[in-house]
Design a protein around this ligand. Sequence first.
Ligand code: SF4
Length: 218
Amino acid sequence: MSALDEPLKKANEALGKKITSSLLSNGYRTAVYAHDAHDAIRLALGLIPDNCSVGIPGTVTVRELGLPERLIEKKCRVYHHWDPSLTTAEARAARLAEENSADWFVTSSNAVTLDGKMVNIDGTGNRIACMSWGTGRILFIIGLNKVARDLDGAIARARNSATPANSLRTGLDTPCSKTGYCVDCNSPDRACRVISIIERVPFGREAHVILVGEKLGY
Ligand code: SF4
């Protein structure tokens, strides 16, 4: 790291401190700041025990970190529906159910606000459903690139930053996959079908957050 990186590191730390404090006030069991991906992986592996089941929904962040492979090394049973061996709708639906009923659900968030609210947009709704309700514990891993000042900014971020890239990744023929920003389309392939705002941790849920001081996911 060069001397010129030091001010950015300090600014990121201050931002991380503000958001983790907000998240703790909103009922998260733990909310910690990790300086980088390496630190985030260490914290995640410390939180999730060996030999448990882990559901991983559609998340670029968690895959970028290489966390599924590290969890398998810990003898965890990892369920994820991006598995290319799932060739039928029935097999995919069964895997989604396994994902959502695992001991841990490890995901990111399309956006998090300064006052600790999570905003997410889904096409299928499985990820949002499990963020809101589930029997297992949930861990959010969120790069600082997902931070928005307020709810309006968070929704705009989810539509204008996350969805165009996700549309391209999944091959959806949406207008934003060509423009790079949202036009609030009525396309048959529209990816934005369900929106969720988690203002406080839902009753009965144990939720944790690792906020990471670098860009992760879209
Ligand atoms: S509403 Fe349509 S154009 Fe806007 S982000 Fe969603 S899919 Fe893209």
